[in-house]
Design a protein around this ligand. Sequence first.
Ligand SMILES: [Zn+2]
Length: 71
Amino acid sequence: MEDDELSFLEEQLAGTELLACVTCGEDTLHAHLEVLEVYPVGTELLMQCTRCQTERMWMDWTPPKPKAYHN
Ligand SMILES: [Zn+2]
C-alpha cells in the first residue's frame, strides 16, 4: 500500500461522526471502525456506536484526496 493511501485511511479512522443509531433510536457518536471500500466518489466505512457498540455501514461522500503524482 502506498504511503499517501495509508495516511488517508488512518485519517479516516481517526475521526468520529454523529449518525443515527437504530438501537439507541437517536443520533449518537459513531467511531470509525474500519474502512471497507474506497471509491472515487467517497469511502465506505464500518462505524460503531460509541454508546451501545452497534456496528453499521456508512458512506462518507467526501471524495478521497487526489493522489500525489510526480512533482
Ligand atoms: Zn447506539
